[in-house]
Structure formats: structure tokens, C-alpha cells
Design a protein around this ligand. Structure first.
Ligand code: MEV
Length: 424
């Protein structure tokens, strides 16, 4: 194939993975080694990858780690976490170790209900239209359930109807919410099909025009909750406890800090969501929208002092994850991750994930309120820098140690330390 600098590659999607890599190599001047690297798809077979997304040319491996020490609702669990960030797995292990003896995490869930939205525009009497749609609740229930008899057979299906009138920049709109119990499925396909089926009826009943028909990622009928008490004596005393609470107050009052605080929570949450083949973006969108539900963006967690003087943390957020459908069922690593977790329902998975998010936030706040995060972070980061400098095998730890001891976790120091080590 001759070199090409045009991104207009007709029929790229029809090529095999090998052919696509060749076309890509010609565009981006990839070496034979680069091409061989892409074609080594590791433990995700190329033909499976090719069916998961479009235009596949390889896979992107992310480390899978296991968080230990987690005790959730009285059950010990090992937690698979997929993340490229150092310290994320260690943070969960540390937080869980410090509350293991006092009972670990308690979790709950509001239900597994998803929301699908149907946008209606062009009605001159929106309040009237709202009531006319609500009058059809039984008919709507039947139409929704007919879309997915399997889901209904599994105990899911239509649960409720909400119709909201909202003012927008252009006009007043009537927004119908179909509230559907999707059980062990994340549910996007099920609820989107229902919304698309219902939309023409809503247009017909009201004389308006229906436009968007899509689920909402603000899944606030699918809230996962976790709580935990850390004994003050187990976490380093009252000064540490009060520093952590003050850090939480800062996050809840200031969106600049809240974004980072919640990002830390999502470090843990997204790692388990990804490891189990679920949709990280859906969960992240839901989390951040939920964090802003009071009209300002704040903390997803809450931290308080108990009557006994201990530290009580809690977390509540939308958690739209499933066990069936999509990559969860297909991806071989996701299937093993679910086996390791030992969960048998989407609800259990969601609850475990909430506990991981709370553990992550505990560790971040504790580090920030005491030594700062760099001390712990740098030990692992130093290993990455050592590898970037070319260290291999045992050299990685040896170079990393030199970097941490010198307080200079930098590439130039790693290269110097490596060459000194090799010349010894
Ligand atoms: C880093 O990925 C996450 C933290 O910044 C979270 C936080 O600041 O709370 C440490």
C-alpha cells in the first residue's frame, strides 16, 4: 500500500484488522515493530475487539490490580481495578485495612431504575399536554413492557411516569420520563427502545413534535450508597480526623476543590467500572451531575464525627452498571473480574463500587490532611520514571529507591542513577 496523507480512507471499516493496520502504517509511518505491537491484542482476541467497536486496529492494555482488605456488608471481597494511575489501588487497600476490624463498609441501593427522556416541542399548551400524557400512564406502561418481554419476565419493566414542563432558551418543552427497572442490565438499549417506541404516540396525543428520545445519565433512581466508620484511634487521632473533615468542608464549599475531590472518588469507581466492562463515561456523567444537584457543584461524599468521636463517611451517587449486555458479558477479562468480585446482581456490583469510591476518598483526604499525597505517590511514580529511563527487572526498584531518597523523581536523575548502577 503506498504512503497516503489523506484521512479519507474509503471503506476503512470494511478492511480486516491487519489491512487497517497496514493502511494506518502508511498514513502514520508506523514501523514494522509498531505494527506488530498493534496486532498483538493480548488477552482480548482481535476478532472480538473488532466486534466491540468500529475500525479496530489494536487494543489498549491497562493494568488490572486487586484491592485487598475490603469487607462489604459483612462479606470479604477482592476488588479488581483497571487503572493506569499509580496509588489508586493502594489507596483502597489502605482505607479498607483501617476499617476492617471495625466492620468495614455498609451499602444499600435505591433500586435499579433508569430514566428515558422524550422531548416534546411545538405545543402551545404545555401544561395541558403534560396532563394528557400523564392520563395515558396505563397505555404507556403496556407499550413499554411490550418492547421488552424478556426484561419483564426477569421482574423488570415499566415502573413510573413523570412529565416535566421546562423553559428553555427557545421555547417551553414538555419532557416525558419513562422510569424503567432494568434489573441486571445497565439498560441503555432497553430504555432507548422504549423511548423511541413511545415518542410518535406522544406527538399524536398532544399535537406536538417529538425530538430527542434517549436515556438520562443522571440516574437518580439508581443510587448506590456506602457508609463506614473509621475509629479515630485507628486513623492517627483527632487531628487527622478533624483535618479530613475540614478537607471535606472545603470541597463541599468550593467547586474548584470539589472537582479534584470527586475526581479522586472516581479514580476508584471508574477503575472497577472499567474492570467489569461497564460504561465509565455514563457513571462519571451521572456522578458529576448528581454532585451539582443542589444548584452548586459539591462533594459526593459526606464526612462527620460520630457521638463516640469516630470518623463517619458516606457516599451516595447514581450507579448505572450491569452484569448482562455489552462488554461485561463479552470481554474475557471483565468476566473474570466479575468472578473475582463474586457478585450475582447489578445491585451488588453497584454497592461494591460505591464502597470503593468511599475508600478512595478516605485515603485521599487522609493523605492530603497529613503528609500530602506526593510522598506515597512518588514511590510508585519513581518506578514509572525509572522504566521511562530504560530500567528493567530489578533495576526498576533500585533506581526508584535512589530517586525517592534523593527527593528528585525526575527523568534526568533516573538516567544518571541507571547509568551509575550499570557501571558498578
Ligand atoms: C489524584 O488522582 C486524586 C486526588 O487529587 C484526589 C483529591 O485531591 O482528593 C489525590
Amino acid at each position: 500500500m503506498k504512503n497516503s496523507s489523506s484521512s479519507r480512507i474509503a471503506g476503512f471499516h470494511k478492511l480486516s484488522v491487519d489491512q487497517r493496520v497496514k493502511a494506518l502504517a502508511s498514513f502514520a509511518q508506523l514501523s514494522a515493530e509498531d505494527q506488530a505491537h498493534l496486532l498483538n491484542t493480548g488477552n482480548l482476541p482481535a476478532d472480538m475487539a473488532d466486534h466491540l467497536i468500529e475500525n479496530v486496529v489494536g487494543t489498549m492494555n491497562i493494568p488490572l490490580g486487586i484491592a485487598t482488605n475490603m469487607r462489604i456488608d459483612g462479606v470479604d471481597r477482592l476488588i479488581p481495578m483497571a487503572s493506569e494511575e499509580s496509588s489508586v489501588v493502594a489507596a483502597v487497600c489502605n482505607a479498607a485495612r483501617q476499617c476492617y476490624d471495625s466492620g468495614g463498609f455498609i451499602t444499600s441501593m435505591s433500586g435499579t431504575w433508569m430514566i428515558a427522556q422524550i422531548q416534546l416541542v411545538g405545543v402551545s399548551d404545555p401544561e395541558h399536554a403534560r396532563v394528557r400524557i400523564l392520563e395515558r400512564k396505563c397505555e404507556i406502561e403496556q407499550l413499554c413492557n411490550e418492547c421488552d418481554p424478556i426484561l419483564v419476565g426477569l421482574g423488570g419493566g415499566f415502573r413510573d411516569l413523570e412529565v416535566r414542563v421546562i423553559k428553555t432558551q427557545s421555547q417551553t418543552m414538555v419532557i416525558t420520563h419513562l422510569i424503567i427497572d432494568t434489573r441486571d442490565a445497565m439498560g441503555a438499549n432497553a430504555v432507548n427502545t422504549m423511548a423511541e417506541t413511545l415518542a410518535p404516540r406522544i406527538a399524536q396525543w398532544t399535537g406536538g413534535q417529538t425530538n430527542l428520545r434517549i436515556l438520562s445519565n443522571l440516574a437518580d433512581r439508581r443510587l448506590a450508597r456506602a457508609r463506614c466508620i473509621w475509629r479515630t484511634q485507628d486513623i492517627g487521632g483527632e487531628t487527622v480526623r478533624d483535618g479530613m473533615i475540614s478537607a471535606y468542608h472545603f470541597a463541599d464549599a468550593d467547586p474548584y476543590r470539589a472537582a479534584t475531590h470527586n475526581k479522586g472518588i472516581m479514580n476508584g469507581i471508574s477503575a472497577v467500572v472499567l474492570a467489569t466492562g461497564n460504561d465509565t463515561r455514563a457513571v462519571e456523567a451521572g456522578a458529576h451531575a448528581y454532585a451539582a444537584r443542589r444548584g452548586h457543584y459539591g462533594s459526593l461524599t459526606r464526612w462527620e464525627v460520630t457521638a463516640e468521636g469516630d470518623l463517619a463517611g458516606s457516599l451516595e451517587l447514581p450507579m448505572a452498571v450491569g452484569l448482562v449486555g455489552g462488554a461485561t458479558k463479552l470481554h474475557p477479562t471483565a468476566r473474570i473480574a466479575l468472578k473475582i468480585l463474586g457478585v450475582d446482581s447489578a445491585e451488588q456490583l453497584a454497592r461494591v463500587i460505591a464502597a470503593v469510591g468511599l475508600a478512595q476518598n478516605f485515603s485521599a483526604l487522609k493523605a492530603l490532611a497529613t503528609t500530602g499525597i506526593q510522598k506515597g505517590h512518588m514511590a510508585l511514580h519513581a518506578q514509572n520514571i525509572a522504566m521511562m529511563a530504560g530500567a528493567m527487572g530489578e533495576e526498576i526498584d533500585q533506581v526508584a529507591r535512589v530517586l525517592v531518597q534523593s527527593g528528585k523523581v525526575r527523568l534526568d536523575w533516573a538516567e544518571k542513577a541507571l547509568s551509575e548502577l550499570r557501571s558498578r
